[in-house]
Design a protein around this ligand. Structure first.
Ligand code: DGP
Ligand code: NA
Ligand code: NA
Length: 214
């Protein structure tokens, strides 16, 4: 029997949704219990030259025109597209902390009239399609109870509220609705972790049974 292809598993959510914690826990779980190698990525990948420009922008030490930074975030994903594709083809599962969904909603949340969700989608078209996107959903109060936001550019309440609304739009959009699973991230870490594992188990089965081509 041919080696099974790896899966592309994406985590999305607001800042402070517990996304990075859950992402790391799933990687650990799959490494211990799965039958494939697991690669852990995060976007933005701040280690590349483009990623450093993004980092400076988020830290507030540089300015970028809205469309320019949008395209840099997208380019930062495209830089790794080939790596992701080869990993999956070679049987390695790739788990990613943020992906093009963040790419679209954070830019669209700026309310720049020439940067709506439809415009924002274009540069992302053709990136490897996730087998599942786990959307860690948390309301504003629960997020606030986890402590304040950091000092990065988007970590402000009004911005986060708009981002949450736009994630809501993407979740019902024709292109994404079959890929996104909403997880209640207001629950405790272990409960969320179990929900994530179950959703991933179902997604992996679906792919391996041939129900879900890449
Ligand atoms: P993180 O390292 O996950 O905390 O992400 C840094 C910030 O950048 C966070 O506020 C979300 C935002 N972000 C992530 N990806 C994109 C993107 O593609 N475009 C835009 N505009 N913002 C993004
Ligand atoms: Na952040
Ligand atoms: Na994070």
């Amino acid at each position: 029997m041919a080696t099974k292809r790896g899966k592309l598993i994406v985590f999305e959510g607001l800042d402070r949704s517990g996304k990075s914690t859950q992402c790391a826990r799933l990687v650990e779980y799959l490494r211990q219990n799965g039958s494939t190698d697991v690669k852990h990525l995060r976007f933005p990948d701040r280690t590349t030259p483009i990623g450093q420009m993004i980092n400076n922008y988020l830290a507030g030490s540089s300015q970028q025109e809205d469309h320019v930074i949008h395209l840099l975030f997208s380019a930062n994903r495209w830089e790794l597209a080939q790596t992701i594709e080869s990993a999956i083809a070679g049987g390695t599962t790739v788990v990613v902390d943020r992906y093009y969904y963040s790419g679209c909603v954070y830019s669209a949340a700026k309310q720049n009239p020439s940067l709506d969700l439809a415009w924002c989608r274009h540069p992302e078209i053709g990136l490897p399609r996730p087998d599942i996107c786990l959307f860690l959903d948390i309301n504003a109060e629960d997020a606030a109870n986890r402590g304040g936001y950091g000092n990065e550019r988007y970590e402000k309440q009004d911005m986060q509220d708009r981002v949450r609304g736009l994630f809501g739009e993407m979740r019902i959009h024709e292109d994404e609705k079959d890929d996104i699973v909403v997880i209640d991230a207001g629950k405790d870490i272990e409960t969320v972790e179990k929900c994530v594992q179950e959703a991933v188990r179902v997604a992996i089965e679906r792919v391996d049974s041939g129900d879900r081509p890449l």
